[in-house]
Design a binder for this molecule. Sequence first.
Ligand SMILES: [Zn+2]
Length: 93
Amino acid sequence: MERLAKCSYFVKGSLTSVCMACSRANCICPEPKGIVAHRLTYKDKNQKTQTVYVPDSRVKEVRKLILSYRKYRDITEMILDLNIKIFKESSRN
Ligand SMILES: [Zn+2]
């Protein structure tokens, strides 16, 4: 449970880089300036895609947060397996 608390600061989604001017991953600007903006996109509870702007200075942090989400998911899967085992054991008479 301590491990669970430690990695409960996370975000899900993926980090993408887009052109600052046209907001596309593959720039369509007539004269590309090559200035990139970072975004985190994820699906909310209604399965609607959300986009969050990520400042340059926080890209590393967001990458870590995405990894933390994966760890969190692994741990919840582990707990789930364990709970199924406990359930099965306790239903056996
Ligand atoms: Zn562009």
